[in-house]
Design a protein around this ligand. Structure first.
Ligand code: BV8
Length: 257
């Protein structure tokens, strides 16, 4: 693995690989939203939730133990995300999607910021914070119902003694099968995998870069810190996603002419 630091110039060999790549898969984590002002999971929790680890809040056990506290945590996150905008890293990924021959963005993020930046080929491995589903049946609950039943937590329309919960994948829950299969299928075909803004700690997403490399893909990591993925990456671009992704997008644009 070769590490590239400032002044954000891609090594020629990597530039050539990016330009010649036929099929891209990008895996993003909370770090890509950090420069929009969304705290990452590694960031310390604030206020009421300071004494809890995200794994304790983002779980069915956490919700069953204290539905109001967990529901309020998600409402706090939703209100925060509503106020932020996609950053240069999100926009660069939407541009790369346009330049690449084949492309899939696989995100662990639940904040819809990739879609807000114009990314279209997005797979949400861990669901979406804006969806609400029934704790008992898993069925979708409409925004209309949620608006008509403000509360913390909100009763579900689909089952008695059930509540509305965010449509995200909690710790201990399986990932949506279709999303995971779509990611694996793209990884089997890709010759370039970009991994940006993830600590590489949460499974099974964290194993995807190794899978890609075993299929022969070139793996490029973007992160200010070293992670378990750094050990298997072909290149590590030390820095933030808003610093490096626009450099990659610009380099690809050069391909068009
Ligand atoms: C499952 C939705 C099985 C909810 C999330 C093996 C060992 C031990 C435990 C397990 C194991 N295998 C599975 C598990 C359990 C668990 C797990 O992995 N636990 C971890 C803690 C060890 N996994 C699961 O439970 C998964 N389910 O395996 O099911 C199963 C099988 C059959 C039947 C039943 C069950 C489900 C995991 C999904 C959990 N849901 N999110 C919500 O949002 O509320 S995970 C959540 O945390 C995020 O989605 C994200 O995936 C994860 C945080 O990871 P990151 O995105 O990487 O963010 P993080 O803060 O960690 O790191 C940020 C990184 O960005 C850092 O590296 C930082 O340096 C960098 N950074 C900072 N700023 C920038 C930056 N990078 C670039 N630019 C910047 N500006």
């Amino acid at each position: 693995m070769s590490t590239v630091k400032e002044p954000f110039i891609l090594p020629q060999a990597l530039q050539d690989q990016l330009i010649s790549a036929k099929s891209w898969v990008v895996l993003t984590g909370a770090g890509v939203s950090a420069e929009s002002g969304v705290p990452t999971f590694r960031d310390a929790q604030e206020g009421l939730w300071a004494k809890y680890r995200p794994e304790e809040l983002a779980s069915a056990e956490g919700f069953a133990r204290d539905p109001k506290m967990v529901w309020d945590w998600y409402q706090w996150r939703r209100e925060l995300i509503n106020k932020v905008k996609p950053n240069a890293g999100h926009h660069a990924l939407a541009e790369i999607e346009q330049s690449a021959d084949e492309f899939l963005l696989v995100t662990q993020n639940v904040d819809s910021l990739h879609q807000a930046a114009g990314s279209q080929k997005v797979v949400e491995l861990h669901g979406n914070i804006y969806r609400n589903i029934c704790t008992q049946t898993g069925r979708d609950i409409s925004d209309e119902w949620m608006t008509q039943h403000p509360g913390s937590p909100v009763p579900s329309p689909h089952a008695s003694a059930a509540f509305a919960r965010p449509g995200v994948v909690w710790f201990g829950e399986s990932l949506p099968q279709a999303a995971f299969e779509q990611a694996i299928s793209a990884l089997n075909r890709c010759d370039l995998m970009l991994v940006a803004g993830t600590s590489g700690l949460v499974q099974p997403a964290a194993s995807l870069p190794q899978w890609a490399q075993q299929q022969g893909a070139c793996v490029v990591e973007i992160n200010p810190e070293q992670t378990p993925i750094s050990a298997i990456a072909d290149y590590r671009l030390a820095g933030t996603s808003a610093q490096w992704l626009p450099v990659i997008a610009k380099n690809l644009k050069g391909k068009a002419y």
